[in-house]
Ligand binder design. Structure first.
Ligand code: A3P
Length: 277
């Protein structure tokens, strides 16, 4: 199979669609939705809201590259096509499949304090399993030893270096922009400008586009909506910014301690540090 497919190989109706020039690969609960929605307001970005789950799901991947292309947003010649699927970051197959599509595609990874990410992940899972009471301490610690449970999925996902290592086997580090999810919450403009720069887009983000909404407790955006004049304010839904479980100091310390050495491996891998403890 020839995976090196160019846009020219596809029928007329897909002519205005391009394969992604950049992909937000994760991490789940890092702020991937906020990042994509902010970027979607940029006139040079074409992206649909939906997560594609194409490179991480065998059934979808089997549908082929043309199917994938047909799912992309319609784009103009000066626009970069994007998609986001947080699952890609932890997927075994996604790096090689994406590399086969386009070895020079730009990758965006948004990371967040790994302990907060575990809590955020837990809060989401607990909400989805409303009928089962979820006990955070029981899940995150191993019963007989009291050690942090490495195989608890949220812990595994927050062990960033394990996943990033797979990407770095195929992609040079400079092709992966690592956005700071904690800063996307507190100072989104800085983070968005860094991404804008990485993607080679014209400067667009200002205080007019991205503003703090005190009622929501988060930054929101003003964007142009088809069929409406001017700019429409838009905030993310209530599923973003959930209440995390309250954890006692000793447990938080234990988790931070656990991630400390994993974070060090990551920092060495990326030549950059985050203030995570
Ligand atoms: P919490 O729900 O833990 O607060 P993802 O979209 O990858 O699932 O990430 C969700 C996280 O995005 C939320 O985590 C929230 O804190 C964060 N976030 C960052 N900027 C945001 C914004 N402007 N509005 C809402 N949530 C935002």
């Amino acid at each position: 199979i020839n995976h090196k497919i160019t846009n020219a190989a596809f029928p007329e109706r897909d002519k205005s669609k391009k394969f992604p020039g950049a992909i937000i690969i994760g991490v789940r609960k890092g702020g991937t939705r906020a990042l994509l929605e902010f970027l979607r307001t940029h006139p040079q970005v074409a992206a649909t809201r939906q997560e594609m789950h194409f490179f991480s799901d065998d059934k979808r991947y089997a549908k082929g590259m043309q199917w994938y292309l047909s799912r992309m947003a319609v784009s103009g010649p000066d626009q970069i096509t994007m998609e986001k699927t947080p699952k890609y970051f932890i997927s075994e197959e996604a790096p090689a499949r994406i590399h086969r599509m386009n070895s020079s595609v730009r990758l965006v990874l948004i990371l967040r304090n790994p302990v907060d990410r575990v809590l955020s992940d837990f809060a989401q899972i607990a909400e989805n399993k409303k009928n089962q009471r979820q006990n955070f301490t029981k899940l995150v610690l191993t019963a007989n030893t009291g050690d942090v449970n490495k195989s608890y999925r949220p812990v595994y996902i927050s062990t960033y270096h394990i996943h990033l290592a797979r990407w770095l086997e195929l992609f040079p580090l400079k092709q992966i922009h690592i956005a700071d999810g904690d800063r996307l919450i507190s100072e989104p403009l800085q983070e968005l400008r860094a991404v804008e720069n990485f993607l080679g887009l014209s400067p667009y983000f200002t205080e007019d586009v991205v503003y703090f909404n005190a009622t929501r407790g988060f930054h929101c955006m003003r964007r142009q909506v088809q069929g409406q004049d001017g700019y429409t304010p838009f905030c993310l839904g209530q599923s973003k910014g959930r209440q995390h479980p309250s954890v006692q100091r000793w447990l938080r310390d234990k988790l931070e301690q656990y991630f400390m050495r994993h974070n060090e491996i990551l920092f060495r891998m990326i030549g950059r540090r985050f203030k995570w403890s």
